[in-house]
Design a protein around this ligand. Structure first.
Ligand code: ADP
Ligand code: MG
Length: 248
């Protein structure tokens, strides 16, 4: 595929007897929003973990910007500009929003040319700008533990943005958050993609959201790639519909 940012080739991962991912191949083109759907337990989170180096894969390869990253560790991969967020947020509830951002920034910041070039490059100002970008500026001094779950997810999104990712993997960003925040988050994801140039790969259970936002969707079932295509094709794909119905 032209414009290939990430290439997953024949990746397999088992946990004991459970084949969580089986020979999965997919491509993420630069500049797009790509969806990953599939019933619970179909291997979506495992695939994200394999891509970002959270655990070694049993077989297969992962290439990012043409570079082999299969055996690299999470911080190395993050420094190349490939990051993920978690299904359950990973923030420090006893620290303020700014405090969480301050911890996140040096860990993942890499001296890449700032995507926020129109902002001053000073870290503190970047932090405030990014918190404003996700709509949390007025909450910046609150403890993260005082935020609603949806706001915590926005904070986690902000913590990823300060690392200036080229590719951001989001694991169920809208799960557990209220409809108003969902719309706000979708809007921010779009702007991050279109204006900041961040390619997004999103695991999402909310069909309305993913059909609305994604350029292309991959569907997993039982650890294998079941289908792929543009949203309208996936929505009407009988195999995909059966996989979801079969899971409920
Ligand atoms: P999804 O994100 O699509 O719900 P997961 O990737 O979390 O699915 O899980 C896929 C399968 O792998 C499940 O059967 C799950 O129980 C298993 N699994 C995932 N992570 C682990 C782990 N760390 N140890 C053992 N089994 C795991
Ligand atoms: Mg999952």
């Amino acid at each position: 595929m032209n414009n290939e940012l990430l290439a997953v080739r024949s990746v397999s991962k088992a946990f004991g007897g459970v084949q969580a991912n089986q020979e999965i191949s997919l491509t993420i083109p630069s500049g797009k929003i790509i969806g990953l759907i599939g019933p619970n337990g179909s291997g979506k989170t495992t695939l994200f973990n394999s891509i970002v180096g959270y655990h070694p894969v049993d077989q297969g390869s992962v290439r990012f910007q043409g570079k082999e990253i299969t055996k690299m560790l999470v911080p190395q991969i993050a420094r190349l500009g490939l990051l993920r967020t978690f299904q359950q947020t990973r923030i420090f509830s006893g620290l303020s929003c700014i405090g969480n951002m301050q911890i996140s920034a040096p860990v993942v910041r890499s001296g890449l040319k700032s995507l926020f070039t129109k902002f001053p490059i000073d870290d503190m100002e970047d932090i405030e700008d990014i918190l404003a970008f996700v709509g949390l500026h007025s909450k910046r001094h609150l403890l993260a533990g005082q935020l609603s779950f949806g706001q915590q997810k926005l904070l986690e999104f902000a913590m990823a943005l300060i690392a200036e990712p080229k590719l951001l993997l989001l694991d169920e960003p809208t799960a557990g958050i209220n409809p108003t925040l969902i719309n706000g988050l979708i809007d921010r994801l779009r702007v991050a993609n279109q204006e900041l140039g961040i390619t997004l790969f999103i695991i999402e259970h909310n069909m309305r959201v993913i059909m609305n936002i994604a350029d292309h969707i991959y569907c997993l079932a039982h650890g294998q790639l079941l289908a792929e295509g543009p949203p309208d094709k996936i929505q009407n794909n009988q195999t995909v519909i059966d996989a979801y119905l079969g899971a409920n």
